[in-house]
Design a protein. Structure first.
Length: 323
């Protein structure tokens, strides 16, 4: 847990994030972030599509502190929607309300979010509203509920580590939902900390939404959970077009291809943008397996994971001081 907290704290360091932007995709981030420009990410999407894999695209934007930054983030997402339509790729959009001004003004954020959803609707493109920490949970759900009154091309995320997750899913059981375990540091009084408790709740949420008949995005790299879902959908005759397995770009590529060849819907979460640093650190924080994978990609040999990635963080810190 201490190592996880360490990388989460790095993800929240704006100075390091600003420095990282100046040096481009480094420290292995190029293996898990699809690029910094729309043409770069479109190339990655086309490669995944060629293997029967769809994509959800997230433009990475951190530390939005004023309306001009939020407006720029919105315009970047609108441009991505246009590019998806123009290139006719199999992809949809994931958006983070904090990128659009949630911490500035909720009405301003909602207007930005609504504009994105409305624009995507004209092209038949789905929009998934991402979740962050518990402080953003209820405002995000409130905006999502309001959007569902006017649009059908919008869904959101349920995080299994929250105690309230089942209640939230029941409230939106008629919606398309992405079910995840959760990746933020949360107080014990509102979130499970034991991994077994999280896994149990995660599976129960998946089964419940699948049984309800609504489309379910199952976000996991855990082959045990994936196998459990396979048995569950077979036992209850749930069609394959009612769900998809979602995985992060750059992780478990072999498993992604295997599932696609077996006829399952596979969707890869494809992040891009110059603000890659915070996302990269959160990926390292979420699972020890991510640390091992990225370190091997960077150093191309087995080495001490903690020292290697910590050295990268230290390097960014030194670069910052030189500025």
């Amino acid at each position: 847990m201490a190592l996880r907290d360490f990388f989460i704290s790095l993800s929240e360091n704006q100075t390091l994030s600003n420095t990282a932007q100046q040096y481009g995709l480094k420290l292995g981030a190029q293996n898990v972030v699809a690029g910094v420009t729309i043409p770069e990410v479109l190339k990655s999407i086309q490669e995944l599509n060629a293997n029967g894999i769809s994509c959800t695209v997230d433009h990475l934007t951190n530390f939005v502190s004023d309306e001009s930054e939020a407006t720029k983030a919105k315009n970047d997402m609108l441009a991505m929607i246009d590019a998806i339509h123009a290139k006719e790729v199999d992809a949809h959009i994931s958006v983070q309300p904090a990128q659009l001004g949630l911490d500035i003004d909720i009405d301003f954020c909602y207007d930005n979010l609504r504009e994105i959803v409305a624009h995507a609707e004209t092209f038949g493109i789905f929009v998934n509203i991402n979740m962050a920490d518990h402080q953003h949970l209820q405002p995000t759900l409130d905006m999502f509920e309001e959007l569902t009154k006017s649009f059908t091309n919008v869904g959101t995320v349920i995080q299994a580590y929250f105690h309230r997750a089942k209640e939230d899913m029941e409230q939106f059981n008629d919606s398309r939902l992405r079910i995840v375990k959760g990746a933020y540091k949360e107080p014990e009084e509102i979130a499970y900390h034991d991994q077994l408790d999280i896994d149990i709740n995660f599976i129960e949420l998946i089964e419940s939404h699948l049984a309800n008949g609504q489309f379910t995005s199952i976000a996991t790299h855990d082959h045990n959970i994936i196998n459990h879902v396979k048995y569950f959908v077979e036992e209850y005759n749930i069609p394959k077009d009612k769900f998809e397995f979602q995985m992060f770009y750059g992780f478990r590529n072999d498993l992604q291809l295997e599932l696609a060849r077996e006829g399952y819907n596979v969707c890869v979460y494809v992040p891009y943008g110059k603000d890659w640093y915070g996302y990269f650190m959160r990926q390292l924080a979420e699972r020890p397996q991510n640390l091992n994978y990225v370190t091997k990609q960077v150093f191309n040999k087995k080495t001490n994971t903690v020292l290697a990635v910590a050295a990268g963080a230290f390097l960014l810190g030194r670069l910052t001081k030189r500025k």
